[in-house]
Design a binder for this molecule. Sequence first.
Ligand SMILES: C[S@@+](CC[C@H](N)C(=O)[O-])C[C@H]1O[C@@H](n2cnc3c(N)ncnc32)[C@H](O)[C@@H]1O
Length: 492
Amino acid sequence: MFSFYFVGHNYEYELRNELRVFDLNIEYEIKHESKLKSNTGIGLLSILENNDDEYIGYAKLYYHNELLFESKFSSKEIVLEKENEKKLKKTLVVKSMHQVMKKYYNIKPDYGILTGVRPVKILFVAKESGKSDEEINYILENTYEVSLDKIKLLWEVLKIEEKHINKNSNIKNYNLYIGIPFCPSKCSYCSFTSYVKCQDFQIDKYLDTLLYEIEKTIEFSLKKNLNLNSIYIGGGTPSVLNEKQINRIFDTIKKYYDLSRINEITFEAGRPDTITKEKLICLKSNYVSRISINPQTMKYDTLKAIGREHSVDDVREKYNLAKSIGFNSINMDIILGLPGEDEKDTEYTINEIIKLHPANITVHSLSYKKGSALKQNNLQQFSKEYRLLKSMHDVVDEKCANFGYKPYYLYRQKNIKGNLENIGYTINDKESIYNIVIIEEIETILACGAGVSSKIFIDSNRHEPVYNFKGLKEYSFRIDEILEKKKDLLRI
Ligand SMILES: C[S@@+](CC[C@H](N)C(=O)[O-])C[C@H]1O[C@@H](n2cnc3c(N)ncnc32)[C@H](O)[C@@H]1O
């Protein structure tokens, strides 16, 4: 149990995020006083002071009232990408606590004090506010304490992402997400909205509402003169749909758009055990340009342990089938840190995947999510896990670089193993538009389906979400409420 003593501030939210960098399950209490109780175990005193023209952040870490580590930062030494007083104060508090926690846990987190989901966005924002590359590097290294390797990674990602910024301010793009919340079985790590082993008639019923939502949503976008940039059909496992069901979705979209002219149409055919030749041909005839076939790991024992009912050979077979039908933009998802795996397993998995030469490889670090069967079970494991995950990422990164893959989008999540990131790699010019625009929040996303969320741009600095209901019945009964909300935010 950690006891925090806050003086001069009340940044509990920031503290909670910062704690996750070191320990996902830590228990703590906060007191607003400067005097530590005797024998409290670990006590961290965090003080924010305002002295005339500067703020000072102090942190002192005690163990049974003995001072172990301390740190101090002045606002005069802090440079930010976008100056504002509130941010400066928070940064001082977090930075000072981070120093003592780093010593206590004996790890140096690669992302320093950054806990946000979109680290590349900091570069975008700093560039927009007129900062030079040198100034941005200074902020990343000295203010946020990001490692030099990660700084290099962020720039590499930015370079590819920049190609996809719509520079024509007369054209307002949007991207259509369609959610299919059905799977053949539930994977033990997964907490996405998904219903397993549903009958065709249940899926058909869901599609009735979904198609209605798609039609209305497209009509709204046309009223607002929005240009459809990309479509992403995700899940769940959209490839549980049969050809007739797949055609129903595309026939609805075809009423409004010529599918052959859309820049990118992705369809997640995630599980090899759901893919058939007929479905692939159907997708191709509907101009699907990118599909996902997800191994997660190429180790059969792990696949079994996480509840995936397919073999490694199924992955290879369905991948080759998709290639033979003409899909040349295939993504493969893998997860690092699955139970029982080590660096050798990661190396085996990435080698086997690279042999297939998919256009994209998306590398996730296992995240412990509410509602999934896997939990982080041993607190003491944290720094061990951090090192393991870091070396797994290094293995993947090196292999990808050797075989011409470049990182093209990157995001972090709360409760991610090792506090690292998820990275999408791509061969030249095969990066997914949808992944970039959603992660960097550069265009409106209109999403349809149960449990999905839209992000609607109000102006260039502000976007608002719309969250659809997760339950299938509620989604269907209350669809008009969702549509009203979309209409409101789109100002129709
Ligand atoms: C929405 S899921 C769809 C997966 C698809 N149904 C399949 O089985 O391949 C998208 C991806 O997120 C990743 N993912 C899901 N849960 C995760 C977790 N708890 N930690 C890390 N990655 C996760 C997996 O790599 C997965 O392929």
